[in-house]
Design a protein around this ligand. Sequence first.
Ligand SMILES: [Zn+2]
Length: 246
Amino acid sequence: MSENLCYVDAYARSIEARVVAVDPADPSLVVLDRTVAYPGGGGQPPDHGILLRGVDGHVWMVGGAKKDGDDIVHQLELGGGEPPAVGDVVSIDLDWARRHLLMRTHTALHALCGVVWRDHGAQVTGGNMEPGSGRMDFEFEHMSGDLVGSIEETVNRELAAARDVRVAVLPRAEAFAIPDLIRTKVDLLPPGIAEIRTIEIVGLDLQADGGTHVANTREVGSIRVTGYESKGRINKRIRIELVAPG
Ligand SMILES: [Zn+2]
């Protein structure tokens, strides 16, 4: 099982680790005993970074990561070269500019969910993001340019309120007792999952979530709604991007 610091400390950007497996069929796929790389999921893409072998300074680009059972598999860009060997001591170092932008984007999308739910009672049905931009789909019957304009203003006010963002891991039964979590379809999680990780924007939003987030909403800066569209009678999509910090 790979230990992954990203779930407890989103600001961990590098760690020393040992190579525990190299896929014989595809040697670009490497498992470490521990990592800081987010393996993707919940609309947040996997991290990029580098793998450095201290003993000879060999560097591999990490183009992504994914979960395989309890392991985190790193996708290396070998470019025809050799992979590291099982037992090698390496350090993994994230592309931090990209990851931090994804953290800001992910927290911004949760703030959007929180505002749309609190002010309009609309549930989120899906979402996706790239570094710096993203979209969320809502069960939202009536939407207009005026409405998304006011949503943008409200989200920016909430972000500027410097709300803390907290990570918790709750026993399943406890998570089920929280009404806010029901709207994020916590009841759809597989029965085998004993613990549920939650992300709370204090006073605004609480969701079951596996992603990486900033510690306070002021770190997000502000957002701009770049579009909205109808995906059917009920489903509506809102697109946002981060406004570059001044
Ligand atoms: Zn999320």
